[in-house]
Design a protein around this ligand. Structure first.
Ligand SMILES: C[S@@+](CC[C@H](N)C(=O)[O-])C[C@H]1O[C@@H](n2cnc3c(N)ncnc32)[C@H](O)[C@@H]1O
Length: 364
């Protein structure tokens, strides 16, 4: 990391070093390796989608990627046509972890040829990439165009761009992200318009991901597993996809009845507030604001999504005196009954597709 300019100027050297460390730290946040069990648990819901298809894992170093492992060993079982992987070579590799090859590579596997049921090195076509393997590079986009389905855990810091590219090239995909991404202005419209939804296998809690050996053990949620590998536990992980699966069409069974005390109206939008998905009232046909985790149970035949607090909330400055609320835009507020207003977490606004009919009217 020494250059002549910075060695002549210790101040510059320090700031360069800090900048390098910052970019390495930022890059390191993206350096999580998905566990095989999590891949298997999700992929079993999509088996029918993969027959005869070309799968692309475009953020995957085959030396460490369980996505590569899953698809290369499951190639015949899934009936794949081709598996392509590209591996990203990070520019700050001396400060970084595994991406230490001289150049980025791409790899194409066409299935088992010698009957030993193992993807041997000579069967895996390894090609040096000209660039660094960035999913946005021309050569990676060319491979994307060749593929049918993209499956990976992409860098979280680039999630918006990553999913935007998949939509632009009209690919099927199954990718890992954080549930908070549903509130991004680039992502929410996709969810609302039924172009993207959440996968079924992760609905709460945290998930362990492998991390590079030089990952600081003191980082929150970091540990070492029984095989001596470092991992970190990450909260809010979800699968994002545009491939259908049967569980997505299961009805959410509702029990509670509406009453205005338990389900107050927002001060800055005409909808009732529902704090928990399981408490959605069975007999309310109007707009309801529900937590974003509702999307884990979202059945598009049962509910329609009207918008979110981010897109629908009116500015509190138009509706209440200054000093009676915190923040202003993009969230719903409830009246505390004492002249002040409580700001809520992000909400998704939904409505039932079928109006409620009481049991007696159904029997008539
Ligand atoms: C969260 S990790 C997941 C790695 C692997 N997909 C897995 O699940 O085990 C994201 C990976 O994307 C790589 N990456 C970062 N920026 C990238 C870019 N612009 N293009 C392609 N890959 C990138 C990182 O090096 C990192 O290995």
């Amino acid at each position: 990391m020494h250059d002549t300019k910075s060695s002549q100027n210790p101040g510059l050297a320090k700031s360069n070093q800090n900048a390098g460390l910052r970019s390495a730290q930022k890059a390191k946040k993206d350096e999580f390796y998905t566990r095989l069990a999590d891949i298997e648990n999700e992929l079993r819901h999509y088996r029918a989608h993969f027959k005869g298809k070309t799968v692309f894992c475009n953020c995957d170093d085959p030396r460490v990627s369980n996505f590569f492992y899953y698809f290369s060993y499951g190639f015949a079982h899934l009936g794949l046509n081709k598996l392509i992987t590209t591996c990203y070579k990070n520019r700050a590799r001396d400060l970084f972890s595994m991406n230490d090859g001289e150049t980025a590579i791409s790899l194409a596997y066409l299935g088992e040829k010698n009957g030993n049921r193992v993807p041997d090195p000579e069967q895996i076509g390894i090609r040096q990439l000209v660039g660094d393997g960035d999913f946005r590079s021309d050569e990676a986009i060319k491979l994307l165009q060749e593929s049918d389905i993209v499956v990976t855990n992409p860098p979280f810091s680039l999630f918006r761009e990553y999913i935007g590219q998949l939509i632009e090239y009209e690919k099927n995909f199954l990718i890992i992200g954080n549930i908070n991404a549903v509130t991004y202005k680039e992502v929410f419209p996709l969810i609302r318009d039924n172009k993207v939804w959440l996968g079924p296998s992760i609905r709460s809690g945290d998930r362990a991901f492998g991390v590079p050996n030089d990952y600081p053990l003191e980082a929150a949620g970091c540990g070492i597993d029984e095989d001596g590998n470092k991992f970190i536990k990450v909260k809010g992980v979800r699968w994002f996809t545009n491939m259908d699966f049967p569980a997505r069409h299961q009805e959410l069974v509702l029990h509670r009845k509406y009453n205005p005390d338990d389900y107050p109206m927002y001060h800055n939008y005409d909808a009732i507030n529902v704090d928990k998905t399981r408490d959605i009232p069975v007999d309310y046909d109007g707009a309801m604001g529900v937590p974003i985790t509702f999307l884990d149970r979202y059945n598009p035949n049962q509910f329609e999504i009207l918008g979110s607090s981010g897109t629908l909330a009116r500015r509190m400055s138009e509706l209440a005196p200054k000093g009676t609320y915190r923040g202003n835009a993009g969230r719903f507020y409830l009246d505390n009954g004492n002249g002040t207003y409580r700001r809520l977490y992000d909400r998704v606004v939904i409505r039932k597709r079928q109006p409620w009919r009481s049991r007696s009217s159904r029997l008539r």
